[in-house]
Design a protein. Structure first.
Length: 126
């Protein structure tokens, strides 16, 4: 009987733990950051997002190594890296802010698309 009194609390604790774990929401995919997210974000969050994008671009370029040139035409990475080169984070924030302020109908447009089409491509064309 003593064994049962020791095992019962362990079984109950395990059952409660399992039910709580099973009730958690499944992990969701990372959201695509849109203008809706952007305009609701603080300056620090906007800057952190842009730093993160920059880091991913730099890492991808480094990983491509000698194959970097092969990315042209099949990846947005060369356009973003070269088109945003020399642009300060503060300027990017200003331009993305201005884009969404001037185009409220594009609030669902991804920020990365705005960076690519509205900021990087025009700089490469000039």
């Amino acid at each position: 009987m003593k064994r049962l009194s020791v095992l019962l609390p362990l079984v109950l604790l395990t059952a409660l733990s399992m039910s709580a774990w099973g009730a958690q929401q499944p992990a969701q995919d990372l959201p695509i950051v849109t203008g809706e997210h952007w305009v609701a974000s603080s300056l620090e969050q906007k800057r952190a997002f842009l730093f993160g994008v920059g880091n991913v671009l730099e890492i991808d370029q480094a990983m491509a190594g000698d194959n970097y040139e092969k990315l042209r035409g099949i990846s947005i990475i060369p356009v973003l890296l070269e088109g945003l080169s020399g642009v300060a984070i503060a300027e990017m924030v200003e331009k993305v802010d201005a884009h969404y302020a001037n185009n409220p109908d594009e609030i669902n447009r991804p920020v990365i698309e705005v960076l690519y089409i509205e900021l990087a491509l025009p700089r490469l064309a000039s």
